[in-house]
Design a protein around this ligand. Structure first.
Ligand code: GLN
Length: 484
């Protein structure tokens, strides 16, 4: 197969070609490795998607030419924050520079066991805090649609690599939008599963009650395939649950009888006109496919961002306490005593956004303020979850734009944290409620991709994927312009 033909294949197609013997797994791995390594070597002269690229195909785990493994031979790009044994896993931070974990995150291990060889680790915002990947200690990632623009974040390296054809598919994580928003800004598919559906074991934690791993892929079928090999209970993660059914291959052609709810709270003010236009066009397509599109209310959704920016920093301040120079990564060398060593290590190792969150979180949890901030935010979170439950009594799925804007310019929002936080206006409510949501490309605005978000009740991933698939086929989005 020609090199370009090979790079055109989705993961599902590559699996079929490899199984049929018309494509060699090692040829596929080599083609992607060459591209990924060229991008890594170019650093900020390229897209800066990769922080580490495999030297060759791993000896175990794949590729095995004759293997019956379900995703045999499809190289996997993995967000930096997934611990991978013996491979740098730095979560985009200086403080973890040189950290080589002694074990591999469960979801990575499961995909490897299913036959996917590790291609590389992808660049991200430091500790997954951000919406533009500009907070990485290893430099920003560029958007392949327009290199003056951000790819979104925090899984920006994963999203840009898939959009640019530097990886067939990638793993990301989503705490408040970090899979869905970069997928939207890069014109690909991103799925945040139900909280607990996929193990968090081995994911370097940001906010444990929100963090979820999920796929970033070229299309909906690939997202379903990757998710199938990620989900399930893991004894190493007490919050993981057995998925009640197998993740099926999506195949719906119509949406007859599917009730799609459009929440006015997430589809009005603050959303760019071009984004709304593409969103409305997607709703019209859904109507053509037989969906019953109706308004729905999420009365507390407008408070989601405020609650999130108390809860996520509170959890982060606790999770990040472990990075003290003793156990992992870098250590200040010129310290006078132990306390000085802790202080200097954290001073030098953490970037500005991470320090901001640690301070916010520590303040919100301090005695005397706990109930006013953390307690109240938890109550808002419950209200938001109740809003969704009530809405799902009336509709099957909820649709919104994924991001209020298309990809913005590098540097445009770095000086204004609140403007940056608004990127997750439409994605944070689902995170707080723990429900699954997918972003699919639904059109262009100013020659940049727009994402459509579809959310459903907990464990409705099969329904979500089916609806997303039907819409994807009807929309026929062409991502070709982003390939490098
Ligand atoms: N952009 C949001 C934040 O900065 C969400 C990040 C994420 O989902 N990891 O917290």
């Amino acid at each position: 197969m020609s090199a370009t033909g090979l790079l055109e294949l989705t993961a599902c197609q590559a699996v079929r070609e490899i199984a049929a013997g018309s494509l060699s797994a090692s040829e596929l791995f080599a083609a992607y490795r060459t591209r990924a390594e060229a991008d890594r070597a170019a650093g900020e002269g390229g897209l800066n998607c990769f922080t580490w690229v495999a030297e060759g195909a791993p000896r175990d785990g794949a590729p095995r030419e004759d293997s019956p493994a379900p995703v045999a031979g499809v190289p996997l790009a993995v967000k930096d924050l997934f611990c991978t044994e013996g491979v740098p896993s730095q979560s985009g931070s200086r403080i973890l520079e040189g950290y080589l974990p002694p074990y591999t995150a469960t979801v990575v291990a499961r995909l490897q066991a299913a036959g996917a060889p590790l291609l590389g680790k992808t660049n991200q915002d430091e500790f997954a805090m951000g919406s533009s990947t500009e907070n990485s200690a290893f430099g920003p990632v560029l958007n392949p649609w327009d290199r003056e623009r951000v790819p979104g974040g925090s899984s920006g390296g994963s999203a840009a690599a898939v959009a640019a054809g530097l990886a067939p598919w990638a793993l990301g994580t989503d705490t408040g939008g970090s899979i869905r928003q970069p997928a939207a800004l890069c014109g690909i598919v991103g799925l945040k599963p139900t909280y607990g559906a996929a193990s968090r074991y081995g994911m370097i934690a940001f906010a444990s009650s929100l963090d979820q791993a999920g796929p970033l892929t070229r299309d909906v079928s690939d997202a379903a395939l990757m998710l199938r090999h990620m989900v399930g209970r893991d004894p190493c993660d007490a919050t993981s649950l057995a998925f009640p059914e197998e993740i099926a291959r999506p195949g719906a052609e119509r949406l007859d009888g599917v009730r799609l709810g459009v929440p006015e709270e997430l589809t009005g003010e603050g959303i760019e006109a071009g984004v709304l236009e593409a969103f409305e066009a997607a709703l019209a397509r859904a109507g053509d496919l037989g969906a019953d599109v109706q308004p729905v209310r999420l009365p507390h959704a407008r408070h989601a961002l405020s609650a999130y920016y108390v809860l996520a920093p509170a959890e982060a301040s606790s999770n990040l306490a472990r990075f003290d120079g003793v156990r992992y990564g870098s250590r200040a060398s010129d310290a006078d005593d132990l306390l000085d060593m802790y202080t200097r290590t954290r001073h030098d190792g953490f970037g500005a956004e991470v320090k901001r969150r640690i301070m916010l979180g520590t303040y919100a949890l301090s005695s005397g303020y706990y109930d006013a901030y953390y307690g109240r935010a938890q109550r808002v979170r419950t209200k938001i979850a109740e809003d969704f439950s009530a809405a799902f009594g009336q509709v099957d799925l909820i649709v919104t734009p994924t991001s209020p804007s298309v990809a913005f310019k590098l540097g445009e929002k770095t000086g204004d944290p609140l403007a940056m936080y608004l990127n997750d206006y439409c994605t944070v409510p689902m995170s707080l409620a723990g429900i699954p949501a997918i972003s699919i490309p639904c059109g262009l605005s100013r020659a940049l991709p727009v994402g459509l978000q579809i959310a459903g009740p907990a464990f409705s991933e099969n329904r979500l994927l089916d609806a997303a698939y039907a819409l994807e086929q009807a929309i026929g989005f062409d991502a070709g312009a982003a390939r490098v």
